[in-house]
Design a protein around this ligand. Sequence first.
Ligand code: GSH
Length: 210
Amino acid sequence: MGDLYYVPISSPCRLVQMTAAALNIKLNLIEIDPYRKEHLRPSFLKLNPHHTVPVLVDGDFVLYESRPICIYLIEKYSKDDSLYPRDPKRRAIVNQRLYFDMATLFQRFAEYYYPQVLKKLPADKERLKSFEEAMKILELFLDKQKFVAHTDKMTIADISIAATINTCELGGYNLSRYPNIFKWYTMMKTICPGWSVNLKAAGMMKHYTT
Ligand code: GSH
């Protein structure tokens, strides 16, 4: 069903792993060690010139970017359309949430958090403010809604955003000031297949942050 090049603590990788669990498929996991710069080796750059994980290799088909990987897996293996609805309007809202996660929520958290962890720089207040604006939008998406794309079942958008929120939680960000997010995220921990990958990441986080 394909090889997945991954880093266990990476939330885009965990998103793909959870999607595979939701589809009940087994990917062959190939771990990349960023500290040994394995993602910059010529053999990896051949697969992904952007040198990011995750990368899926399915026979002679190679795909990087976590959300397109998930959509590919869903379109190939899903027995129904609950994770990625076929109805154009429902799908459009799921896509909107996925783009929001990739370009805004995850991006802004990464811009705020990674310089502190990786370069030991002080927290930047402006970047925190920008990330918190994104959190307020997510809080609005979840107002009186069970799932982020206003569906009655969990979609790929829930899995994607939950992986990002998990990274925020691992980074020590306090979620309790966002009651809708907190309630939804607490539910996701219990219903999302493959959630244990996040627990494994939590165990490894220390290695990367100290
Ligand atoms: N938008 C990409 C996706 O969702 O796949 C982001 C992937 C990404 O940034 N992965 C990080 C990475 O591989 C790990 S979380 N960084 C190494 C690098 O950029 O060289």
